[in-house]
Design a protein around this ligand. Sequence first.
Ligand SMILES: Cc1cc2nc3c(=O)[nH]c(=O)nc-3n(C[C@H](O)[C@H](O)[C@H](O)COP(=O)(O)OP(=O)(O)OC[C@H]3O[C@@H](n4cnc5c(N)ncnc54)[C@H](O)[C@@H]3O)c2cc1C
Length: 247
Amino acid sequence: MPQTQLRVTLIDMSDNALALIYAACRQCYSAKSAAAIFAAGKDDPRTMEEFVAKVVASGHESPLEHVKFTFAIEGVSRALTHQLVRHRMASYSQQSQRYVKADDFDYIIPPSIEQDPAMKKEYIAVMETVQDGYNSLVGKFEKQGKKGEAVSQDARFVLPQGAATKIVVTMNCRELIHFFKERCCSRAQWEIRALANEILAICRKKLPGVFSGSGEKCKGLQYCPEGNMFSCGKYPLKEEVFSSCKK
Ligand SMILES: Cc1cc2nc3c(=O)[nH]c(=O)nc-3n(C[C@H](O)[C@H](O)[C@H](O)COP(=O)(O)OP(=O)(O)OC[C@H]3O[C@@H](n4cnc5c(N)ncnc54)[C@H](O)[C@@H]3O)c2cc1C
């Protein structure tokens, strides 16, 4: 029953991504066809990069919806994917606990538990107990003559939120920017924050014109909207910034 760690792989993205966003942006202000802009733009990546960066900074975000990224994500907990799939402007395909038997399930150990030997020992013991319970239920279902998903679909109810899973995620650039605003913030839970930061690093490398200014929401706002109790202190609070504007 091995412990496991986060792995993010970019498995696909839109071809000619920068030219595509550039053509969509320019179409808004040009009498030419997007097809002609797309064909011409491909020869001049620097101009496209600068133009797209300006458009993104201005908040004109619909052209970003034409380009998508697909990631294979492994070594994350079910607790993480439960949060991830709340982002609705995306497509997901997740490893099934009905069709894939968890007879030797991987799990995530939170850093707060990993760093305390006694807590880690206790955590691993709980996971082993769960594994034994799961295997026992599977054995009983098999004795009843059940096969395939009929064996695991009810046995899986004992599996913990820390059980590892694999998921394929596709998001367009606009949704990715929104995802980074929410999940790179220090208020986000540590595991999904680590995932968001890994995805952001990949996106920045692939499309710096779009993602170089991306990250937690305070980065763009230049203030923290989270309030006194939750702010990490990196930026002034919203109330502090706007108090002088009040009538
Ligand atoms: C720090 C933190 C704590 C959280 N705590 C909780 C919690 O305790 N309980 C809980 O249930 N959730 C919690 N969430 C989840 C949160 O409420 C959102 O469900 C999640 O962040 C997805 O965000 P979203 O809806 O903006 O994103 P997406 O679903 O990706 O949507 C992107 C944007 O599209 C628009 N949109 C999408 N769907 C609709 C719609 N139906 N109607 C109108 N506009 C739409 C909105 O502008 C939205 O921001 C938490 C999130 C964070 C970051």
